[in-house]
Design a protein around this ligand. Structure first.
Ligand code: IMP
Ligand code: MG
Length: 178
């Protein structure tokens, strides 16, 4: 396992994204931030703690067939609780890989009558894309690698690492935070 994005780089970039989001939604009194469980949680908390605009939070949980595969059929395991009709929705995701998960959720949010829908994703694995997805706020573009940490898992492990690491041959030594 090797560190791809350090804790300091994550903090710096999340702060930059927060400033952009805060500025863009400054006039909105109806922002709803929707996270996709479970991977987006660390990113979402760090981002939202830095916002000053009034906002509500909610969560989706999705599943695709197979532990870490994305064959295109996305199921909603947990729907949001709030009505988003007429709201400004900011969808928050850990990583856009094939794009199937986000495509499905973005279409659903628009169908339900949100006033605006934007996407904030920490990581963009563009080389893996199968469905076109517009990322309004993107943290980092990464190569087609399997990454863990800062919310991202391999078989539910490594989510709590404070950095993003590349998992090469499977569970080896976990580097200590730098
Ligand atoms: P998509 O539908 O293919 O874009 O898949 C998105 C979901 O797959 C993400 O929300 C992650 O949960 C998972 N995923 C995709 N790539 C990775 C990775 O490199 N590490 C961990 N999870 C990943
Ligand atoms: Mg996810």
């Amino acid at each position: 396992m090797r560190v791809l994005i350090s804790q300091q780089d994550l903090e710096r970039r999340v702060a930059e994204l927060a400033r952009e989001v805060d500025r863009d939604y400054a006039g909105s009194d109806r922002l709803v931030c929707v996270g996709v469980l479970k991977g987006s949680v660390f990113f979402m908390v760090d981002l939202l703690k830095r916002l000053t605009v009034p906002l509500a939070i909610d969560f989706f949980q999705t599943a695709s067939y197979g532990a870490n595969t994305s064959p295109g059929e996305v199921r909603i395991k947990k729907d949001i609780d709030l009505s988003i009709r007429g709201k400004d929705v900011l969808l928050i995701e850990d990583i856009v890989d094939t794009g199937w998960t986000l495509r499905t959720i973005l279409d659903l949010l628009r169908f339900r009558g949100a006033r605006s829908v934007k996407l904030c994703a920490l990581l963009d694995k563009a080389a893996a894309r199968e469905m076109e997805v517009r990322i309004d706020y993107c943290g980092f573009k990464i190569d087609k690698l399997f990454v863990v940490g800062y919310g991202l898992d391999f078989d539910e492990r490594y989510r709590n690492l404070p950095y993003i690491a590349v998992l090469d041959e499977g569970p080896a030594d976990v580097p200590s935070p730098s």
